[in-house]
Design a binder for this molecule. Structure first.
Ligand SMILES: Cc1ncc(C[n+]2csc(CCOP(=O)(O)OP(=O)(O)O)c2C)c(N)n1
Ligand SMILES: [Mg+2]
Length: 368
């Protein structure tokens, strides 16, 4: 009896991450995996968005300290992934973000007040997913990977050319849902791009304590899909890799896993203290790989950005920060009864009883 042996299989990604622009703003000699660096014009637009996103994140973090927002998971240091991956999407594609990816919502054009209403506890989601082709940000880890896969499957069955892109963290990559999503995306050849933000921590757990894989992009080969590892702090590499993966998806060539190597510069959320579980030297070390600094150096040496241009961009970020402050310093008119709306098409009796109880308690509170 002979056993059929396959003649080839997907090769593993290169160990060194794909990168075009080094930490010093100069071209690297890293592998490019056949990708091309985006034009300086495209990079200038991406730079502006990253500067705005960083200012937005800083402003929001201040607002949590002032008690204006309940909690906020900052993506400081991860702007190249948030902005680079989201900008590569076509308007008709669908984005499936997580709690970490507020910057992607901003990049997608969701208004500030709608983004932040969930963090202020005013609303469950805050924006209309259909309007922005963006699902509500998922807090249960990895669930969004399945939504992105299922949605892409439906898009394929409907014959549209929409792709889906979902973000997931290094910690989320160890969840069972991620395995199911990777497997079915590859079996069904769905047009899905999995952007794995390896920021090296899952709250306080460092990557080495929850995965023994040499690198997370290696997992793609086991599912029969292409995997690539990019420098997640080089927006040129992120944008190029995601653009190529979306093209593959649109051409019917199925999903791609893109591991973006980066570092979470801030705490997990404003409610934890990272000095309890990691050295400040490690954080200092990563500062030299900052995604915005390196792109600024590149653009200045390419002659497409000067002091005036940089000041103008910084000023546009201040306008955004002012809009955030104004919006969040205005008390929202909230009707607590809305908590019960939009949950069931036909409200359940138990929920109706809870609503009656709440309304009675609120009425009593007003009278007292
Ligand atoms: C199913 C599930 N289990 C546990 C949690 C609690 N939790 C919230 S964030 C987090 C760490 C996730 O780390 P990672 O996937 O690396 O994403 P990051 O926060 O670094 O962006 C955990 C365990 C959760 N939200 N959902
Ligand atoms: Mg992480």
């Amino acid at each position: 009896m002979t056993i059929d042996v396959p003649t080839s299989r997907r090769s593993l990604p290169q160990l060194q991450p794909v990168s075009f622009i080094g930490a010093d703003g100069q071209p690297t000699d890293a592998p490019t995996e056949g990708l091309s660096i985006p034009s300086d014009r495209t990079l200038l637009g991406l730079y502006q968005k990253m500067v705005q996103v960083r200012r937005f994140e800083a402003q929001v973090t201040h607002l949590t300290k002032q008690g204006r927002l309940a909690t906020y998971p900052s993506a400081a240091g991860q702007e190249a992934i948030e902005v680079g991956a989201t900008t590569a999407l076509a308007p008709g594609d669908w984005l499936f973000p997580t709690y970490r990816d507020t910057a992607s919502l901003l990049t997608r054009g969701v208004p500030v007040t709608e983004i932040l209403s969930a963090f202020r506890g005013d609303w469950h989601c805050g924006f209309d997913p259909n309007e922005y082709h963006t699902s509500p940000a998922a807090t249960p880890l990895a669930t969004q990977t399945l939504h992105a896969t299922g949605f892409a499957m439906a898009a394929k069955l409907k014959g549209t050319d929409a792709c889906t892109l979902t973000f997931l963290g290094d910690g989320a990559s160890s969840e069972g849902d991620t395995h199911e999503a990777f497997n079915f995306a590859s079996v069904w050849q769905t047009p899905t791009v999995f952007v794995l933000q390896n920021n090296q921590y899952a709250i306080s757990t460092p990557l080495r304590e929850q995965s023994n894989a040499t690198m997370l992009a290696d997992r793609a080969a086991g599912y029969g899909m292409p995997g690539i590892r990019v420098d997640g702090n080089d927006i040129a590499a992120v944008f190029a890799a995601v653009t190529a993966a979306l093209e593959r998806g649109r051409d019917g060539e199925g999903p791609t896993l893109i591991e973006c190597l980066t570092y979470r510069m801030e705490s997990h959320t404003n409610s934890d203290d990272p000095t309890k579980y990691r050295d400040s030297e490690e954080v200092e070390h990563w500062k030299q790989f900052d995604p915005i600094d390196r792109l600024e150096k590149h653009l200045r040496s390419a002659g497409v950005l000067d002091d005036d241009g940089a000041e103008e961009i910084a000023a546009s970020a201040e306008v955004l920060a002012t809009a955030v402050r104004d919006a969040m310093n205005t008390e929202a008119e909230i009707d607590p009864a809305e908590l019960f709306a939009h949950v069931y098409a036909n409200p359940r009796a138990s929920l109706a009883r809870q609503q009656e109880t709440l309304e009675a308690e609120l009425a009593a509170a007003v009278q007292s």
